[in-house]
Write a protein that binds this ligand. Structure first.
Ligand code: C2E
Ligand code: MG
Ligand code: MG
Ligand code: MG
Length: 280
């Protein structure tokens, strides 16, 4: 009896595993097709200077409409990384966003571009050359581009990754540590990399004004960043009291749904017109 039950369990497990393998293969095939059929889009989330409320940069965030269903990056970036499709996808995002931001800058709007890097992209052949080409083609100055990495990327292929990032920095590109405070190598990381900016993870920002420890930690990170001469960006600002606390702490920049949601390029066009008008 028990044996029968065990056999049945193995069967159910095998069927589930089979379904999972099929699902992954389908996703991989769909991703490949999506790339060919231009199903990807880029949204831009404004980043503001907290002292002046001026938009200083936009962060490019990839979007995938699989037919009429929206698939969140967290669901397809892993498979894209595993299949290597992340490399051509990232190259498209790089070229497209450089082009769009260069066009906004050509309308005399002084904004920068932040891009998220994938681990596989950094170690891909010709990565540094590709970034240089995208800057050249678009006319975007290197100093207007910030590349965001997470701490985990330095654990695997650490030497190669650091050397690629240092080459980019030598081009004049800025480097940021995204989701700062969540990785385990935070402080060592700051010494190894020529970093310009840290982005405080929303898990700290969420507790501002509600949780004493998280508020204290946020204050400490802001101070640490400033003592190291870095630009400090707070991510995931959703409530007015968070904004208030961050301003009081002297945090440089902010990003979050309260400030602005990620938006299509057309939305940024509108934002630019209002920004330029209000600056007059
Ligand atoms: P991230 O780089 O830390 O980006 C911030 C994420 O938080 C974005 O999610 C953004 O939509 C979301 N967000 C912004 N403000 C708020 C807020 O106030 N509240 C909440 N709850 N969320 C907020 P998204 O677009 O789903 O991206 C998730 C992650 O996927 C990104 O985290 C980044 O690690 C990765 N990613 C997104 N686009 C790209 C890309 O083009 N290339 C690579 N390699 N990774 C990307
Ligand atoms: Mg980011
Ligand atoms: Mg982040
Ligand atoms: Mg993240």
């Amino acid at each position: 009896r028990a044996k029968d039950l065990g056999g049945r369990r193995v069967e159910v497990f095998a069927a589930q595993m089979h379904a999972e393998v099929v699902r992954r293969l389908e996703l991989a095939a769909d991703l490949q097709r999506a790339l060919i059929e231009n199903q990807f889009a880029i949204e831009y989330q404004p980043v503001v200077d907290l002292a002046t409320s001026r938009v200083t940069a936009v962060e490019a965030l990839v979007r995938w409409w699989r037919g009429s269903a929206f698939v969140a990056p967290e669901h397809f970036l892993g498979p894209a990384e595993d299949t290597g499709l992340i490399v051509p996808l990232s190259e498209w995002i790089l070229r497209e966003s450089c082009r769009e931001v260069a066009a906004w800058r050509a309308s005399s709007w002084d904004i920068g571009l932040s891009l998220n890097l994938s681990a596989r992209q950094i170690t891909a052949p010709r990565f540094v050359e590709t970034v240089a080409e995208a800057l050249e083609e678009s006319g975007l100055p290197a100093s207007a581009l910030t590349l965001e990495v997470i701490e985990e990327m330095l654990v695997e292929d650490a030497e190669e990754t650091i050397s690629r990032l240092s080459e980019l920095r030598a081009l004049g590109v800025r480097l940021a540590i995204d989701d700062f405070g969540t990785g385990y190598a935070s402080l060592a990381f700051l010494r190894q990399l020529p970093v310009d900016m840290i982005k405080i993870d929303p898990s700290f920002v969420s507790g501002l004004g509600r949780d004493e420890t998280l508020t204290l930690l946020t204050r400490t990170i802001v101070r640490l960043g400033h003592d190291l001469g870095l630009i400090v960006v707070a991510e995931g600002i959703e409530r007015p009291e968070q904004l208030e606390k961050l301003r009081e702490m002297g945090c440089t920049r902010g990003q979050g749904f309260l400030v602005a949601r990620p938006m299509a390029a057309r939305g940024v066009d509108t934002l630019m017109r209002t920004s330029l008008q209000s600056a007059l």
